[in-house]
Design a protein around this ligand. Structure first.
Ligand code: KG4
Ligand code: ZN
Length: 343
């Protein structure tokens, strides 16, 4: 089976053609083309929705054609066309999903509507055997959720942020520090320069509360106050380190709590870290250690599959097909808000 996937929920225009052989559980990427709009949005300090839609609209067609050319396939060789239909920016979602729907109608093949978060979660299964149920921490620019994946189409949110998403906090903090967008990689690199000389005693919101939920807005405000008082470059590096460490600590605490809670009912042997923030090496290494302690296996996708990409959308489409769900979702409208537990 071959699925052409399209991802346009935010600021990446991505097309991917993924194949799953009949007797294999894994996927093989035949072609992937991703065009990042980061440079276009950088000067605005964040993603401008209208600009994102225009860029998708300008680039999607040639990216699809280039992808097909790269693997020497025609539209009629696709078994289905999949696109992100939410959550995300409405205009951006409309561009990608309508394009994929048109391809599906023209080729008389099913259109598969994919939840962006489902893509982030399932892509780990493309190259590694990870049985359901498993626990996943999804941390991206728009989301921070601890999710129990019961099967390819059934997810339960165990805990989530009550305010900002983790990536959003990295992005905003980078901006307050006077650096650019996206903030995650900038702060991660800045933290590497830390000499550990200055301590800021940043708050650890909800850390000692018996809740699976998280909160980051207080942390962001504390960083803002410190910077407004004025700090030098050495202090900035130490602040970035402490900030990254505290976020990691809060996330680990709640994931550990979730594992302990779920173990009574489910056989959780696998933990997955996914979403754009999962490309943070510090976070990955700390979670790996935690999983070792808990005797469960740890997995995080390669960096290019952590950030937004269409391979995860095509792969989610293949999982749907493999489970015999070919239901054509051509009339399914894009949903800017679409929870993973309401598929
Ligand atoms: O999954 P993603 O590409 O898009 C959304 O679905 O939101 O995630 C983008 C987010 C941005 O907020 C970015 O700052 C963050 O992921 N990010 C990181 C790192 N690389 C990207 N955050 C922390 N450390 C990183 N190395
Ligand atoms: Zn994402």
């Amino acid at each position: 089976m071959i699925v052409l996937g399209i991802e346009t929920s935010c600021d990446e225009t991505s097309v991917s053609i993924v194949e799953k052989k009949k007797n294999s559980s894994f996927g093989n990427v035949l072609a992937e083309q991703t065009l990042s709009q980061i440079k276009k949005h950088k000067k605005f300090g964040g993603v401008v929705p209208e600009l994102a839609s225009r860029e998708h609209s300008n680039n999607l067609d040639w990216l699809v054609k280039k992808s097909l050319k790269l693997c020497n396939l025609q539209y009629d060789k696709m078994d289905a066309f999949a696109a992100t239909t939410g959550p995300g920016l409405l205009g951006a979602l409309l561009v990608g999903s309508n394009y994929a729907k048109a391809l599906a109608i023209g080729s008389r093949k099913p259109f598969l509507s994919i939840n962006h978060l489902q893509g982030h979660i399932l892509v780990s299964r493309m190259k590694k055997k990870i049985d359901f149920p498993f626990l996943c921490l999804l941390v991206s620019g728009g989301h921070c959720q601890i999710i129990l994946a019961k099967n390819f189409n059934k997810f339960k949110v165990i805990g989530e942020t009550l305010d900002d998403a983790v990536g959003e906090v990295f992005d905003k903090t980078s901006r307050i520090l006077g650096y650019g967008y996206p903030g995650g990689p900038i702060i991660e690199n800045l933290a590497k320069k830390s000499k550990g000389k200055y301590k800021f005693k940043l708050p650890k919101p909800l850390i000692n509360k018996m809740t699976f939920d998280l909160s980051f807005s207080g942390l962001k405000t504390s960083v803002r106050r410190l910077i407004e008082k004025g700090i030098n470059n050495n202090q900035k590096a130490d602040l970035a380190f402490e900030f990254q460490q505290i976020i990691t600590e809060c996330l680990i605490k709640k994931v550990e709590l979730s594992i302990n809670h779920l173990k009574k009912k489910y056989n959780i042997n696998n933990f997955i870290l996914s979403g754009g923030v999962a490309s943070n090496f510090f976070l990955r290494s700390k979670f790996k250690k935690m999983c070792k302690k808990k005797k469960i296996s740890f997995f995080a996708p390669d960096k290019n599959l952590c950030v937004d990409n269409a391979t995860m959308i095509a792969w989610a489409g293949l999982e749907i097909l493999a489970n015999g769900k070919k239901g054509n979702r051509i009339h399914f409208p894009p949903k800017p808000r679409w929870r993973i537990d309401k598929l």
